[in-house]
Design a protein around this ligand. Structure first.
Ligand SMILES: [Zn+2]
Length: 253
């Protein structure tokens, strides 16, 4: 099995699991690039996975279902009409024909019903965890995002992290403002810029890489706390307040 990034819109990835004959897609915001790829590669679609209800992640569901009647595994949220299997925390889904079973974790923060799929050493984190960043808090609190990211960080360090967007270079620019002396971030910046210059994806990341570089999961590190305190102009005593401050800082960065 291979995992192929199909591009949609400006910076979305539709992660596509494929073998010689079949494919399953995660967050098809647009059906067109998926239809084009499956047609070109002569692949049959067997499943759709959705992490959250935003249109740039689910907008292609209907167009794909017109062509293939396949299960759609997604959040328990009626804002996504096409979901056939509504996943809850701890639910499991088996991708037909691939023999892969994913476990679902509810990870609110970006949206209230956002879920992640993990298993077989893979994590599909949607718009909650990005390389060196996290999603905006559209429907959640810093406390929820902190809890959600903390749960994901309990996965094994070598878990490959497939995020919903190519945001790494701009995320690293902000992360380096928070932690200018972080050597792992400096290294990531060089690598990510080179990959983008060659039009290559910077993903997947790994849980280990995020622990070393992502300011939103490094909220207990003294350098991150100090930077958050400088931004907030006061002493923040807990990881949730630190996350809230740097999230607010990044929104205006
Ligand atoms: Zn989103």
């Amino acid at each position: 099995m291979e995992i192929i990034p199909l591009r949609a819109f400006a910076d979305n990835y539709v992660w596509t699991l494929r073998d010689a004959k079949r494919a399953a897609v995660v967050d098809p915001g647009d059906a067109a690039p998926v239809l084009e790829y499956l047609e070109r590669e002569q692949l049959e679609l067997v499943a759709i996975l959705n992490t959250h209800h935003h249109a740039d992640h689910v907008g292609g569901n209907a167009g794909l279902l017109d062509r293939w009647k396949v299960p759609v595994f997604g959040p328990d949220d009626d804002r996504i009409r096409e979901v056939s299997h509504r996943m809850k925390d701890g639910s499991r889904c088996t991708v037909p024909h691939f023999g892969i079973e994913f476990e679902v974790s509810e990870i609110p923060g970006h949206t209230r019903s956002h879920i992640a799929f993990h298993g077989a050493g893979l994590l599909f984190s949607g718009d909650t965890l990005f390389a060196a960043g996290c999603g905006r808090l559209f429907e959640g609190t810093p406390g929820q995002m902190h809890e959600s990211l903390s749960r994901l960080m309990r996965l094994p360090d070598d878990t490959r992290v497939y995020c919903g967007h190519e945001y790494t270079v701009s995320n690293v620019r902000f992360a380096r403002a928070v932690e200018p002396d972080n050597a792992a971030l400096r290294e990531l910046e060089g690598r990510a810029k080179q990959q983008r210059a060659q039009d290559q994806p910077t993903l997947p990341s790994t849980i280990g890489q995020e622990k070393a570089t992502n300011p939103f999961v490094r909220v207990r590190e003294s350098a991150v706390i100090a930077a958050a305190n400088r931004y907030a102009g006061k002493t923040l005593n807990d990881p949730v307040s630190v996350l809230g401050a740097i999230r607010e800082w990044k929104n205006s960065f």
